[in-house]
Design a binder for this molecule. Structure first.
Ligand SMILES: *Cc1c(COP(=O)(O)O)cnc(C)c1O
Length: 351
């Protein structure tokens, strides 16, 4: 070990899904949207003022913040934006979780939460989901330094209703409660309607899944203006220019086309319900997904075997070699054509 190496911060990094560089693959492994962004985004790209790129972007991201405030019927001072919701969530952990009491999130959930907790030296506990992968709300009645709930949860795909979220808020009024709604547009009910009533609630969403813009990196949070100010103070203490000119312009453009957004979400939901039926017939079981993916296990063939067999065919799904979930596959809902290829292969493989 070099002398300077002992001063290096030791971290266990988050492991993102593979992004293979293959032209003929079916990519169902990172919950991307199979449909392109709204056509307004293409138009905004064509109108990009390239000479203006010599100048820094607007540090306040005013246009995007205003467009989000209009879309979600809140005030501009209730909106924070970041480089994907990972940036927003990471910033929120850094901003809100300074207690010496542990923050709480489920044992099976988005695997970035424990990475941030360790990175920022935030104590945490992970109450176990029940045997059906449901969150036990009583686990969150204990004293804590903050709560993080992904709703719908990932990778389980299970969505809780607003009464459930409100119950957790009722029992946690002295700490910040973060609700990560990365998948809420695929059939869940958003907790944004609760931010007026609970000043300690921060709802986080992303353009990466339902708005088909994972490659542009746009995420946002909605909450009480005091929470948003605290987030902005930390942002300006870290990196003032998080959002590029391109992200700001295309983000605003994307929000304009409400019809396209609803149409693509509905298409994915329709495909999902069709795939559920077929997979049941093939011997799979899974929770009732309200997301753009299924979390499925097969009655006789191990998940790892299926994962590898699919991979041979250039069909990529996600497999987590982790306790409790190592016999499950997380399968993103693609287009109908992609899902037919996937199902046809399974049908012949399992025959
Ligand atoms: C995808 C995802 C995110 C992060 O997405 P970004 O691309 O960074 O916006 C956050 N939380 C959950 C639960 C996710 O699945």
């Amino acid at each position: 070990m070099r002398p300077w190496e002992k001063y290096i911060r030791q971290v266990d990094p988050y492991v993102p899904g593979e992004q293979p560089k293959l032209s003929n693959m079916i990519k169902l492994n990172t919950n991307e949207n199979p449909y392109p962004p709204a056509s307004e985004v293409q138009k905004a790209m064509q109108k990009v003022d390239v000479p203006a790129l010599r100048m820094y972007p607007d540090p306040t991201s005013e246009d995007l913040v205003n467009a989000l405030a209009d879309t979600y019927h809140v005030n501009a001072d209730q909106v924070f934006v970041g480089v994907g919701s990972d940036d927003v969530l990471g910033m929120a952990f850094l901003t809100f979780f300074g207690s010496s009491k542990p923050i709480l999130f489920p044992d099976i959930t988005y695997s970035f939460y424990d990475v941030w907790a360790k990175l920022y030296k935030i104590p945490y506990e992970t109450p176990a989901l029940d045997e059906n992968f449901c969150i036990k709300k009583e686990d969150y009645y204990a004293e804590n330094g903050g709560v993080v709930i992904a709703n719908p949860n990932a990778p389980t795909s299970i969505c809780e209703n607003l009464d459930f979220i409100e119950d957790i808020l009722q029992h946690n009024q002295d700490v910040v409660v973060i609700v990560d709604e990365a998948y809420i547009d695929f059939g869940g009910e958003s907790a944004i309607s609760l931010v007026e009533k609970y000043e300690n609630l921060l709802v986080v969403q992303t353009f990466s899944k339902s708005r088909s813009m994972a490659g542009m990196r746009i995420g946002f949070a909605i909450g009480n203006s005091r929470l948003i100010k605290a987030l902005n103070d930390v942002k300006y203490a870290y990196n003032s220019y998080t959002m590029s000119r391109l992200a700001l312009q295309t983000g605003v453009a994307s929000l304009k086309d409400v019809a396209y957004f609803e149409e693509t979400c509905n298409k994915i939901i329709t495909t999902r319900e069709r795939v559920k039926k077929k997979m049941k017939d093939l011997g799979f079981s899974f929770p009732d997904s309200k997301t753009n993916f299924l979390f499925a296990t097969h009655e006789s063939v191990p998940a790892k075997e299926l994962f590898l067999a699919l991979r041979e065919q250039n069909i990529f799904v996600r497999y987590f070699e982790k306790p409790r979930i190592d016999n499950y596959l997380r399968i993103t809902i693609g287009t109908d054509e992609e899902m037919d290829c996937f199902l046809n292969f399974l049908e012949s493989y399992l025959a």
